[in-house]
Write a protein that binds this ligand. Structure first.
Ligand code: UDP
Length: 334
């Protein structure tokens, strides 16, 4: 467990700590990168945590230290299939989905189902238990955005039959499910649009690797760092402790029913610059190797986070170099 950083997140939460205490919280995708960090913090704050994961891309090792806690239950289950609970749920956090672009090519149907049938099951549970629901949507719903920084008002530039459509369109449909359930059933539901997030527990292996863990892994092995295209495409990377703080604020603050909020960092950087920083921070002898840019890879990505700052009383605190140093340290110790 990343105990020191879990404590650090808890230290930022203020009064929200009391709101979490004693609540029963269902986390779908709870063994994944972000799901497992959420479970760690929630367990530490004495919530009763029910973690669902089918372990398709999540890892049991992410939650191994939680398994013997009295206030943590792991249920191996695919959230696209119905599931029932006897105990009352207070909050449902729906994170379950593969999220790596390489997975979009290999498992597009599972991804479509996790964000359509999966959110439908999660909403059904929240409705039955009169629980609050937080859906983790994505910057991908904006597609190849023409408005940078991108605000929540921007409606998107997405190719419905493109290489990333299983994720983009499914997440858009997921948002529509949340909107429909609020409309028909008057339930308390919220949508967080997550921008690129990184940190310890991200997978670097095979099709699961996103750019930060891949570059770190390559750099630590002195292997070529694979920059796709000419590396001029941009992303804005949020360190995991900042992201988890924002998600918990969004899930547990009162009066945010029906809100849709971008969550991420607005520190924009090109991918080739990211490669150079990681090379420097790891003292790596790696070369940079340019490879073909995947189809429909968004050219620029940077959120407008004004709404998150305002509504969640939050801002990202861990700068890119500091977050990368922490992530590199974790990869070295792994
Ligand atoms: N990328 C890259 N080399 C890699 C993996 C990714 O240059 O080995 C690029 C990718 O083309 C994209 C950016 O890094 O422009 C971020 O990729 P990631 O897989 O993290 O997810 P995305 O932000 O595209 O959803």
């Amino acid at each position: 467990m990343n105990a020191r950083e879990v404590k650090e997140i808890i230290g930022t939460l203020g009064d929200i700590r009391e709101d979490v205490h004693g609540k029963t919280v269902l986390v779908t995708g709870g063994a994944g990168f972000l799901g497992s960090w959420l479970c760690d913090v929630l367990v530490e704050l004495d919530a009763n945590v029910l973690c669902i994961d089918n372990l398709a891309s999540g890892l049991k090792s992410n939650i191994s230290e939680l398994l013997d806690k009295d206030n943590f239950t792991f249920i191996r289950h695919d959230i696209t299939q119905p599931v029932f609970f006897d105990e009352d749920l207070d909050v449902v956090l729906h994170l379950a989905s593969r999220a790596s672009p390489f997975e979009f090519q290999r498992f597009p149907i599972q991804i479509l189902k996790a964000n359509t049938l999966g959110i439908w099951v999660a909403l059904g549970l929240a409705k039955r238990h009169k629980a609050r629901l937080l859906y983790t949507s994505t910057s991908e719903i904006y597609g190849n955005a023409t408005e940078i920084p991108t605000s929540e008002e921007y409606t998107g530039n997405v190719n419905p039959i493109g290489a990333r459509s299983c994720y983009d369109e499914a997440k858009r449909c997921g948002e529509s499910f949340v909107t429909a359930y609020r409309l028909e059933h008057g339930m308390d539901a919220r949508i967080a649009r997550l921008f690129n997030t990184y940190g310890p527990r991200m997978r670097a292996d095979d099709i699961y690797g996103r750019v930060v863990p891949r570059f770190i892994d390559q750099a630590l092995k002195n292997a070529p760092i694979t920059v796709f295209g000419d590396g001029s495409q941009t992303r804005s990377f949020c360190y995991v402790t900042d992201q988890i703080e924002a998600l918990l604020r969004f899930a547990f603050l009162e009066d945010l029913d029906g809100k849709t909020v971008n969550v991420g960092s607005d520190e924009e950087i090109t991918i080739v610059a990211l490669a150079e920083i990681i090379k420097k921070l790891t003292n790596s002898a790696s070369n940079i190797k340019f490879e073909d840019l995947p189809k429909d890879d968004p050219l620029r990505r940077r959120p407008d986070i004004g709404k998150a700052k305002d509504l969640l009383n939050w801002k990202p605190k861990v700068g890119l170099e500091k977050g990368l140093e922490r992530t590199i340290r974790w990869f070295r110790m792994k």
